[in-house]
Design a protein around this ligand. Structure first.
Ligand SMILES: [Zn+2]
Ligand SMILES: [Zn+2]
Length: 270
């Protein structure tokens, strides 16, 4: 695949040239990936927050909702406030530290081919999926770690889009660390790493929207390879199942997959 990848047409070169030459700050700044992820979280979550607030007036949405409880403005504001505070107090200093310790190298002149970009994004997602799976199992098995680090994320048994970033600072920093080091580990192009970051934010938000959408990625990707909202919704209801954030192969291999949607609770406890 590597050989075929290098000979596919350079469709991304004009875009990369523009970014590299006109938006130099973006390529060089360690804050850019964080800005990208944070704005992805805000942009992807907003339509589903609107869907939650207007559910009865949007066709289809009430039927796709997996649990009866719908968040009002208060839990939404709480999650959003937490996400912004975490970024201000923890992520920003971490980014500053990284910029000071590891000034970025000059960007490469050549863009990745489309094939290299897609293969790179998929590889990064698979590695991240494995890293988070292991971390997630450990943080559920060890009660002290669970209470100290991961319990914050389980505040809501009925997830909603803003709850994606209902995270304690340690979990957010861990996830941020993997998101920024996995592309370096796999030596992918900066453009590939940005697409990976936005894709992982999208998949994480989709995990938490609380709707089993007919156009959800878990339905579009064949073979049940992606867990999507139904799998992660079940994790929030029954936390000993569905530990992987994106794909289903690890939960299937280690016997932690669960897809029985018939037991869904009529409503959650909040
Ligand atoms: Zn979750
Ligand atoms: Zn969990």
């Amino acid at each position: 695949m590597g050989h075929n990848c290098t000979v596919s047409p350079p469709v991304l070169q004009p875009l990369w040239d523009h970014v590299r030459l006109q938006q130099r700050w973006a390529v060089q700044s360690p804050a850019f990936p964080v800005l990208l992820s944070l704005s992805g979280y805000l942009a992807f979550s907003l339509p589903f927050a609107a869907a939650d607030l207007l559910a009865l007036r949007l066709p289809g949405f009430p039927g796709w909702k997996m649990q009866r409880w719908r968040p009002g403005p208060r839990p939404m504001a709480r999650c959003l406030g937490r996400a912004l505070c975490n970024h201000l107090l923890f992520v920003l200093p971490a980014v500053g530290l990284k910029g000071w310790w590891d000034p970025s190298a000059p960007p490469p002149a050549a863009a990745p081919t489309l094939c290299q970009l897609l293969a790179g994004v998929l590889s990064c997602l698979l590695v991240f999926d494995l890293q988070y799976y292991i971390w997630h199992v450990v943080h559920h098995r060890d009660r002290r770690l669970y209470r100290a680090v991961h319990a914050t994320h389980h505040r809501y048994t009925a997830p909603f889009s803003w709850a994606t970033q209902q995270l304690g600072p340690w979990e957010l920093l861990t996830v941020g660390f993997w998101s920024s080091t996995t592309p370096l580990l796999l030596k992918v192009h900066p453009l590939t790493s940005w697409v990976f970051m936005v894709s992982s934010v999208w998949l994480s938000v989709e995990d938490h929207i609380g709707y089993d959408l007919p156009w959800g990625l878990h339905r579009l990707v064949p073979g049940g390879l992606l867990g999507g909202a139904p799998a992660h919704d079940l994790h929030h209801q029954d936390p000993n199942t569905n530990f992987a954030p994106f794909f289903t192969h690890l939960d299937r291999a280690f016997g932690t997959a669960y897809s029985d949607h018939t037991h869904l609770r009529p409503g959650s406890l909040q």
